[in-house]
Design a protein around this ligand. Structure first.
Ligand SMILES: C[S@@+](CC[C@H](N)C(=O)[O-])C[C@H]1O[C@@H](n2cnc3c(N)ncnc32)[C@H](O)[C@@H]1O
Length: 348
């Protein structure tokens, strides 16, 4: 380890001396970008960027696993982390992508690039199993929902993902769109663009082994104009401490629209509970045992978002949003009942 640091440290000091301030690129990433890496395995991707930049002072690299677990799971984690630390990276462990924006060290940070390579909720069953796919999708959706609040202007969210079946059924682009992101580019991923990077399974007894990459792409997203508008106005509202006017939505007409387009009407209830609405749409008509818990999770995320966006404010506003949510749920039930009756009528 000391040897590695000596070797790279030597290279870094030469870089520092010769090329201070000179921008360097590693494929999509620049040494001038503030970069957040999420769901790292053995941290070899972060290290590959750091080596290309000759520094890691612009890198925040995170893992879900604690430090102790990482060094048990991955042979090279300890030395990779040591070098990254030496190069000036901020290293955070125990960072869950579905609530990372609330993390003490991240809540005040914004980034030019937020990167999650090969998101995967773990080996929970067959990859083609509906429930397994749903777990993966919830992870990616939660990641997007957090990332949108952590971007600098013109910032991008990148997800690298396998695109062959069944991974294509995750519909990465749809998950992003539902979260207020717009796809700007989808580029074939080539591991040789990142020297030293070792993709890891990241779960189970073979965590440290690579998985076959096959066909995979880097999906690049920016904030949609509607999300940008909402975030700007909600930021303005928070800063100016104006009382919030929460428009109550009524009328069944809304129920037959696509919920993701409803969400983009930027009303606060849809914004705060956006995971809940998307979840309701995706699981409509399904009866999995998993649903009661996942619905609770979606509501909890809404509560956390409300708290994060309204620090220290009384909970009256939240209660108002819950009432609105309740009235929308009742409308939905009424709508579904009417719709079923119409279906019966036509069948007769
Ligand atoms: C297939 S591995 C990929 C690891 C690494 N990104 C790579 O490219 O080698 C999936 C990673 O997602 C992480 N992960 C799973 N659930 C997560 C969550 N809720 N938040 C953050 N990371 C998560 C796992 O710990 C694992 O490191």
């Amino acid at each position: 380890m000391a040897e590695i640091v000596r070797k790279h440290g030597h290279r870094m000091s030469m870089n520092r001396r010769d090329e201070v301030g000179k921008e360097k690129w590693a494929k999509h990433y620049s040494s001038n970008h503030q970069i957040l890496l999420v769901g790292e395995g053995d941290f070899s991707f972060s290290l590959s960027l750091a080596m290309s930049f000759g520094s890691a002072s612009n890198i925040v690299a995170t893992s879900l696993d604690s430090y102790d677990i990482l060094i048990k799971k991955y042979n090279r984690a300890k030395s990779n982390l040591g070098i990254l630390r030496y190069f000036g990276a901020q290293l955070l462990h125990g960072v869950d992508s579905i609530n990372m924006k609330l993390h003490t060290d991240l809540r005040i940070r914004k980034f030019d690039r937020i990167v999650y390579n090969f998101p995967h909720a773990g080996f929970l069953g067959k990859e083609s199993d509906h429930l397994v796919i749903m777990m993966h999708k919830n992870l990616v959706r939660g990641f997007f929902m957090n990332a949108i609040d952590m971007l600098l202007p013109k910032g991008e969210v990148h997800v690298t993902h396998k695109t062959a079946h069944p991974f294509d059924t995750w519909n990465i682009e749809e998950l992003a769109t539902q979260s207020g992101l717009t796809l700007i580019e989808c580029i074939d991923f080539k591991i040789e663009d990142y020297p030293g990077y070792n993709n890891k399974r990241g779960d189970g007894k073979d965590s440290d082994l690579p998985f076959p990459l096959g066909k995979c792409s880097t999906f690049k997203f920016i904030l949609s104009s509607q999300a940008m508008e909402y975030l700007t106005t909600s930021h303005h509202r928070r800063n100016s401490q104006q009382p919030q006017e929460i428009p109550l939505q009524t009328g069944n007409a809304r129920m037959d629209s696509n919920p993701s387009s409803i969400m983009m009407k930027s009303k606060e209830c849809f914004w705060i509970f956006r995971e809940y609405f998307n979840h309701a749409r995706l699981t409509s008509g399904k009866t999995d045992d998993y649903l009661p818990n996942s619905v609770k999770d979606m509501l909890r995320i809404g509560f956390e978002r409300y708290n994060a966006e309204n620090h220290g404010k009384p909970l009256d506003g939240y209660v108002h949003l819950l009432k609105e949510l309740h009235s929308l749920s009742k409308e939905r039930v009424t709508f579904l009942q009417r719709w079923l009756m119409e279906m019966d009528h036509y069948r007769l």
